[in-house]
Design a protein. Structure first.
Length: 356
């Protein structure tokens, strides 16, 4: 028997700042309870899953440096979002004119996101990641869900890609960013869009992926930390939506699909872990409020609000997070670092360096 810890990260655009702050707190607690100042996410989480903005986070946590240790700490990733968010969501200069306010074109180019990923991830391949991953995207040409993972990438070049390309695919949210085409290392080309259209909360997909790990023996030995950001609490009232037409429904429908997936997956996982008498093995963290910031509002004012929301959410879940991390660190079946397999890799960098 061997425990498997899963970290799953929702999509949500710039709201990913909240997810990043939560995970930075988790890494801080891992250091506290392990008494190891160099402890990292990949020391204790054996599978990391992400959709869209969650894919960016997952890729950064799992990216190796030249010594096969993490390139970035969890706090680095918070800094990155704060520094680059306003540039990622920067409207085209003639956007209102050329697209008729989005009716005939994408709201943003993915140029800055590509530059950022190239700068911070370079030519890292999926099969080089520090632990198994699951990153989602959707293929509109094949009408098929697509899952990028290290296990498949290790087996064949046809499933291996540059990490930066996989992330660009997972973040290609319809109406916000253009679809992309990426090429595997056996020269197969796929057209892809944001995985959030089917798995904005990739947690259930991650659970199934965990069944493939060599250390898997029973679902009872799996612990999941599912990290969201902000979900809408205020309802859409009949008196308002009954009069809506196509233009009114366009953006709310996209948000509703995302929120519905998040809620459904959360319900399914709670039911699963309750049924096996292990409800404590599943923890979901997210914020509910009436007014949800737009996923592309990267104004300095909104970024500050998101930082405050993330900080407040961490404080609200302080006791729960402490208890959860204790269980991970102290569980009987975590092996000493020098005996860990690939899925339990070591990390060694400082906690809070700033990006240059």
């Amino acid at each position: 028997m061997s425990n498997i810890n899963i970290l799953s990260i929702d999509g949500g655009g710039i709201k990913g700042i909240i997810s990043a702050i939560i995970i930075a707190k988790v890494e801080e607690l891992l250091q506290k309870y392990s008494k190891d100042p160099y402890a990292r996410i990949t020391d204790y989480f054996h599978l990391v899953a992400g959709t869209s903005t969650g894919a960016i986070l997952a890729g950064l946590y799992l990216a190796p440096n030249q010594n096969n240790k993490p390139l970035y700490s969890a706090q680095d990733v918070v800094n990155l979002y704060i520094k680059h968010g306003q540039y990622i969501f920067q409207k085209k200069i003639l956007y209102p004119i050329n697209t008729c306010f989005g009716l005939f074109g994408n709201k943003y180019k993915n140029k800055h996101l590509k530059l950022m990923l190239n700068k911070y991830l370079g030519n890292i391949k999926v099969n080089q990641l520090l632990a198994p991953c699951l990153i989602t995207a959707y293929d509109p040409e094949l009408s098929a869900a697509n899952f990028f993972n290290k296990i498949s990438a290790n087996r064949t070049n046809c499933k291996n890609y540059f990490l930066k390309d996989v992330i660009i695919a997972s973040t290609a949210a319809p109406t916000y960013f253009p679809p992309v085409q990426i090429q595997s290392f056996c020269n197969e080309v796929y057209t892809l869009i944001d995985g959030g259209i089917f798995a904005n909360n990739p947690c259930m997909c991650a659970l199934i992926e965990a069944f493939k790990l060599d250390d898997f023996s029973s679902i009872k030995d799996i612990k999941i930390l599912s990290v969201g950001n902000i979900s809408r609490k205020k309802p859409y009232m009949y008196s308002k939506i009954s009069k809506w037409g196509l233009s009114n429904w366009a953006v709310p429908m996209f948000d509703m699909i995302m929120d519905a997936n998040i809620q459904t997956v959360d319900y399914q996982l709670k039911t699963i872990f309750n049924s096996i008498k292990k409800p404590e093995n599943y923890l979901r963290i997210e914020l509910f409020q009436d007014n949800v910031p737009k996923m592309d509002d990267a104004s300095p004012e909104n970024i500050k609000k998101l930082i405050d929301m993330g900080t407040n959410l961490v404080n609200e879940f302080d006791n729960i997070l402490n208890d959860y991390v204790k269980k991970i660190v102290y569980q009987d079946h975590i092996k000493p670092k020098n005996q860990q397999k690939e899925i339990k890799l070591k990390a060694s960098i400082t906690l809070k360096p700033e990006f240059k």
